[in-house]
Ligand binder design. Structure first.
Ligand SMILES: Cc1cc2nc3c(=O)[nH]c(=O)nc-3n(C[C@H](O)[C@H](O)[C@H](O)COP(=O)(O)OP(=O)(O)OC[C@H]3O[C@@H](n4cnc5c(N)ncnc54)[C@H](O)[C@@H]3O)c2cc1C
Length: 354
């Protein structure tokens, strides 16, 4: 375990903002976790976990609780299940992209549409990561986690994780540090049915078609690149957290009114009806590239917020508030932020302790 003091968080997040972590431990070997628990006990509050920092806004003031940067890696087959499934156990710090690539290479379906999503596997249940018709809830079987409340390791099955639309038991809670994740993936050379129009068009197939895994992943990646939804160190919109806002749930009357304006309103696996946050942002008059606060603007390729030189976490948080107010005023729909406020935010609800 590598421990540092007063290390800036900015370079460890994809937005590139945020002050220093008072104490940060990088965990490579799961056997070192008890050492981290001892270190965390010397700091105020329960620790904060950081993966690849692709869904967080780290405070300019930094972070006074201990920060655990999860860098444990490894995937192992632990058994087989019904319907020709293979059970995989994955270390929490394992890059999701590497896991997805492995499943495709091994002829396992269930994750191919998650190609191009940055971050660690351990962060995926936190907001039930998903895209293009697949989400972690489809394949997750159980997790092991350190429960800071009980002071011991626990195993939680998928139902106990309460995975919902970009949410779970773990969202906005610091009670659990996820250590390993168990997935069940079905052996198949073909993908799950292609449900997104843009991906189907890229493949030149009707919706509902199943295609070879690698072809599905390639098409998803092309569609994602077109929307700036793949991290690219050379792109002008590279300082991103993906979608800043959740697709908000709408009432039946709002759905009817929005559909009359050709808004993308869709039913989600949890039974909710939601409208695209990006559509709302653009149709409330915030065009691509619009500056919002100092160093923060709407991306030039997708209606989400990105950072430039001069951005601070405070300016980014302020931009979130301004966009939310603007969209509410113009559309009557309330946007909720999808990203996590990490560290010492004096006037914001950050993740709760146990
Ligand atoms: C370009 C881009 C595209 C994206 N596209 C998508 C998308 O299509 N779909 C989607 O769902 N998301 C998307 N995201 C968001 C992001 O990639 C995911 O939320 C990802 O799971 C975050 O992983 P991370 O390791 O970077 O987590 P971090 O950003 O480091 O952490 C996110 C949250 O999870 C917590 N956390 C992390 N690891 C653990 C752990 N081991 N135990 C407990 N808590 C933990 C953190 O404390 C924090 O609250 C995108 C982001 C970017 C930048």
């Amino acid at each position: 375990m590598h421990v540092t003091h007063a290390l800036p968080l900015a370079p460890m997040t994809t937005l590139g903002v945020g002050g220093p972590a008072a104490v940060l431990a990088e965990l490579h070997d799961p056997a070192d976790f008890p050492d981290f628990a001892a270190l965390a006990a010397t700091r105020p509050g329960p620790p904060v976990v950081l993966g690849e920092g692709s869904n967080v806004l780290a405070a300019d003031a930094g972070c006074s609780p201990a920060v655990l940067r999860m860098a444990t890696k490894g995937v192992r087959v632990t058994g087989t299940g019904p319907d020709d499934t293979l059970l995989l156990e994955v270390q929490a710090g394992h890059p999701l992209g590497d896991l997805v690539a492995l499943t495709i290479a091994e002829g396992l379906t269930g994750m191919e549409m998650l190609t191009g999503i940055p971050g660690t596997t351990g962060a995926t249940p936190v907001q039930n990561v998903g895209a293009y018709g697949q989400e972690v809830a489809d394949t997750l079987r159980h997790v092991t986690a350190w429960d800071w409340h009980l002071g011991r390791e626990v195993t939680l099955d998928a139902a106990a994780c309460r995975l919902g639309h970009r949410t779970s038991l773990f969202k906005h809670s610091r009670r659990w540090t996820l250590l390993t994740l168990a997935f069940a993936l079905r052996r198949s050379a073909l993908s799950t049915p292609v449900v997104y129009g843009a991906v189907a068009a890229e493949l030149g197939v009707p919706r509902g078609t199943r295609v070879p895994l690698a072809e599905a992943a390639r098409a998803v990646l092309t569609v994602r690149r077109g929307k700036g939804m793949v991290l690219d160190p050379h792109a002008p919109d590279r300082r991103s957290v993906g979608s800043v806002f959740l697709s908000p749930e709408v009432t039946p009357s709002q759905a009817t009114a929005l559909r009359a304006h050709d808004a993308p309103v869709n039913r989600f696996p949890d039974g909710s009806t939601r409208v695209s946050a990006g559509w709302l942002i653009q149709h409330s008059g915030l065009a691509l590239g619009t500056p919002i606060t100092k160093g923060v603007r709407v991306s030039t390729v997708h209606p989400t917020l990105v950072a430039d030189d001069g951005a601070t976490a405070t300016a980014f948080a302020h931009a979130i508030d301004l966009v939310r107010t603007h969209v509410l005023h113009h559309t009557g729909v309330h946007l909720t932020s999808e990203i996590d406020f990490l560290g010492d935010w004096p006037d914001r609800a950050t993740t709760e302790g146990p």
